[in-house]
Unconditional design. Structure first.
Length: 267
């Protein structure tokens, strides 16, 4: 089990100050870099190589590892075009410089579900061929939207099975999953378990992607954590503030040992 924090918690900051704050002030040893946001992670695509190398050196000195959430806008493996290829080329270079543990991405969109799944799997295979051998490739479920690919766990599983490589896995976003179906939330989560790399942990009330801390919304985290207890997965806290991430991490630790109920842990 590993605990990580997303730079989404400091989305208002440019990516370098955000990473430095989480690393140096927050003491986090695992950070998922959010590659989206015009004034946040998207800046990585336009940085000088020396700036990224400086961030990599600082991480090594402080024994910090990175995950890399690739950009969302313009990156469309489900229907790849020249922009998708160019974004990937830049991100591959960044991933290598930062020696990331994994690259994470949304599958994108395509009017044809079957076509989108096939294209996403083919592009994922290309990505794996180009990534360093130790870097994992991780796909994430997304909220329902027109032509979106990867809204269901079944679609993610289909892509993973087509990739057919042990280096590929699923990052289950709890918030997205709950928005897409409250009544069948746990049943949907269970479909990901055989391929599960980690969880994006954030709470909501089922209607929008609020990125709240555990217990502020309605997601049944206690049941989910009980089912995943003891599994060697990564818990990535993707809340809208650092305080919410830290609070959620403490609740996960408490619940993992079965000491008390998540809902009754909120102060």
């Amino acid at each position: 089990m590993g605990y990580s924090i997303s730079t989404y918690t400091l989305f208002a900051l440019p990516i370098v100050p955000a990473v430095e704050a989480l690393m140096l002030k927050g003491g986090w040893k695992s950070i998922e870099i959010m590659g989206e946001g015009k004034y946040h992670g998207r800046l990585l695509l336009y940085m000088e190589r020396s700036e990224i190398e400086n961030m990599a050196r600082l991480a090594k000195v402080n024994d910090v590892s990175f995950g890399f959430h690739l950009p969302i806008e313009g990156f469309n493996p489900a229907s790849p075009d020249e922009e998708t290829e160019q974004i990937w080329k830049k991100c591959l270079s960044i991933a290598k410089m930062l020696e990331v543990e994994y690259v994470l991405f949304h599958l994108g969109s395509n009017p044809s579900i079957d076509g989108g799944l096939k294209s996403a799997a083919d592009f994922s295979k290309k990505m794996l061929q180009e990534l360093p051998e130790k870097t994992r490739l991780v796909i994430e479920n997304v909220p329902d939207a027109e032509n979106a690919i990867g809204t269901s766990i079944d679609e993610l599983v289909s892509v993973i099975q087509m990739i057919d490589d042990p280096s590929a896995g699923i990052m289950l976003d709890t918030g997205h999953c709950y928005i897409n179906g409250q009544a069948g939330f746990l049943d949907e989560c269970r479909k990901a378990y055989p391929y599960l790399y980690g969880l994006h942990i954030n709470d909501n009330h089922g209607s929008s992607d609020e990125h709240l801390q555990i217990g502020e919304g309605a997601i049944p985290f206690q049941s989910l954590f009980q089912e995943l207890k003891g599994r060697p997965i990564k818990y990535v806290f993707e809340t809208n503030t650092v305080d919410r991430a830290e609070h959620s991490m403490n609740l996960v630790k408490i619940n993992s040992w079965g000491m008390q109920d998540v809902k009754h842990s909120i102060t």
